[in-house]
Write a protein that binds this ligand. Structure first.
Ligand code: TRP
Length: 335
């Protein structure tokens, strides 16, 4: 009917851990909308992954709905893409079990995120935290995704997914697609406003370090006004000017202006003017996202309609994968 079969398939999972940061938005999420025409896109709010660390049930439910509404507010169109909540498609957990039986304890022990998280949550080093990357492999392989948009911290997990796929293919014949990391050309790296040598992170102790995409205009401007810069007074992109470089990157990302244009726009002006301009530009840029989000989160029935349809579309794909996997590994057919 259409050319959908020729389009490559993108899969990504998003943890429901509260509002996204400006860094998540500029570096990743805002690039997803424009991809929807060129690729078949599947996005999942990964609540099964979230419970590898302790969660308060009411909060988890709220964060999951929030994350779902947020990806729609950021440009994922549920008519064009498949957007669903991971626990609504049981095939992820099922495939994860199968894949875990061909994943070695040693390979999982080498995952740096497991080491980091088990140090951070020393009182809850549960088996799920350990097998987390297998579930992620199942997410990706269940759809035979070609491309997986990920940050640097997930590279090792994707590599593991490729190893798992390769081993399965070797044993049972070519079956799983080898997923590749996908790094959109336009993604910029946004650093902390308080310590521009660190990535912007919502877990930063200093609330001024990080802008959340649902922050109101005054909050955004206040955070930018307090951004750390340097002792010069020159808006230009240069080594050693991490704070200014970061602000210029952000300003460029939200206005589309080049670094040269920004330099001339602020030549002869002080950092105060520049920081205010960045804050205002970011707030104006995020305003439509915030108002779309407010509308969506107030309309639970619409959200439910979207995630139910998303889960059905997702299950339809993965059921096929799973029944083929069951046959390959020697399970008896029920019909
Ligand atoms: N582990 C990813 C993260 O923490 C989230 C994730 C889960 C994911 N499953 C995925 C990302 C599949 C890409 C593909 O960011």
């Amino acid at each position: 009917m259409s050319d959908t079969n020729e389009k490559k398939l993108i899969f990504s999972g998003i943890q429901p851990t509260g509002t996204f940061t400006l860094g998540n938005y500029i570096g990743a999420i805002r690039n997803w909308g424009p991809l929807q025409d060129e690729y078949n896109c599947i996005y999942s709010i990964v609540d099964l992954h979230a419970i590898t660390v302790r969660q308060e049930p009411a909060k988890l439910r709220q964060n999951t709905l929030q994350a779902y509404a947020l990806i729609l507010a950021c440009g994922i169109d549920p008519e064009k893409s498949t957007a669903f909540i991971q626990s609504h498609n049981h095939n992820h957990a099922e495939l994860s079990w199968i894949l875990s039986c061909s994943t070695q304890f040693g390979e999982l022990s080498r995952m740096t995120q497991f080491k980091d998280k088990s140090a951070k949550h020393a009182d809850d080093i549960n088996a799920g935290l350990f097998t987390y990357p297998v579930l992620m492999a199942a997410d990706i392989l269940a759809y035979n995704a070609d491309l997986v948009p990920i940050g640097a911290d997930q590279k090792q997990h994707l590599e593991l997914a490729r190893n798992i796929a390769g081993r399965f293919n070797q044993k049972y014949g070519e079956f799983f697609t080898m997923p590749e990391p996908f790094i959109p050309k336009t993604g910029a790296r946004v650093m902390s406003l308080q310590d521009p040598s660190k990535k912007m992170s919502k877990s930063d102790e200093n609330p001024n370090a990080c802008v959340l995409i649902l922050d109101d205009k005054d909050t955004i401007i206040r955070k930018f006004k307090r951004a750390v810069t340097d002792s010069e007074a020159e808006v230009c992109y240069r080594e050693g000017k991490d704070g200014i470089n970061n602000l210029m990157t952000i300003y460029s990302a939200v206005t589309g202006k080049s670094l040269e244009e920004i330099t001339s726009e602020f030549s002869g002006k002080g950092y105060g003017d520049f920081k205010l301009a960045v804050g205002e530009a970011v707030a104006d840029h995020l305003e439509p996202v915030r108002s779309k989000y407010e509308k969506l989160i107030a309309d639970k029935a619409y959200l439910k309609e979207c995630y139910t349809a998303g889960a059905e579309a997702a299950s339809k794909i993965t059921r096929k994968t799973l029944s083929k996997v069951y046959r390959k590994i020697g399970f008896v057919d029920i019909r």
